[in-house]
Design a protein around this ligand. Sequence first.
Ligand code: R5P
Length: 295
Amino acid sequence: MIVSGSTSQALAADLAAELDEDLAAVEFHRFPDGELLAAAPGFEADRAVVVGSTVSSDAHVELLQLQDAVREAGASEVVTVVPYMGYARQDRPVAPGKSTAESPPGYPLSARAVARALSAGTDRVLTVTPHEEAVCEFFDPPAESVEAAGLLADPLPELSDPVFLAPDGGAVDLARSVRDEYDGGAVDHFEKTRLSGSTVEIRPGDADVAGRDVVLVDDIVATGSTMSESIGVLHERGVDRVFVTCVHPLLAGGALTRLRRAGVDGVYGTDTIERPVSAVSAAPAIAAALADHDS
Ligand code: R5P
């Protein structure tokens, strides 16, 4: 039975359809003191697949409550699907305004802290395209990442002489996955230096983009600084159209407006974070990973 947190309702419903499993009834309540209650009344199955993107601290608590609720209701196996794992980017101690090397003692490894909390209530974890695959090692039960970047080729329009471009070397495999699924085009990458939480510097290298369509590919669009800087550089270099794709369209604050003002022609993400640009569902990739394990 599929059990949805409040942040992943569309994805969970698609997953239930993909797996031909029932979608549990869920209830969400906030008490006057601000505390949350997430419940799955009437849950009845041997296996629970609890699905929730931890986009906020509330969403973390909900997921912990749902894990506990289904175990209380008799589930003998609990699988936790975290389509977008919040805090995964804090996979080393970080002190705001300082480089990782300068982080003094007393700062947490936040990705590990949240992984430990989620580990207590589950037998297995799946998460989609984490910023670093190594975060899976922070969980106690078996945890695996599901690669969903290739799905981003699906909503793209017909492209002319496309370049699939990563804003930094770390995302070039994602760009290659989208290109492979699109079935044609070049792959290249820029170099990025992060100056602060919301500012980056992009060095374009020698990517040949003049008169071509460019598809920017990254794991996350958060503040939109990486993508808007990249779009600016591409326009300076005479690009034709620019499309932004990402697995996790976090789109914090005015990120979407920032991309539009930078001159993007289209923005496409998956539903690991449910946003207006969530043009494709990660459910088939998650269902395939669950089915692989079951067979
Ligand atoms: C970091 O390296 C990630 O891959 C993304 O590039 C980053 O999270 C994007 O953040 P923002 O949209 O704030 O530039």
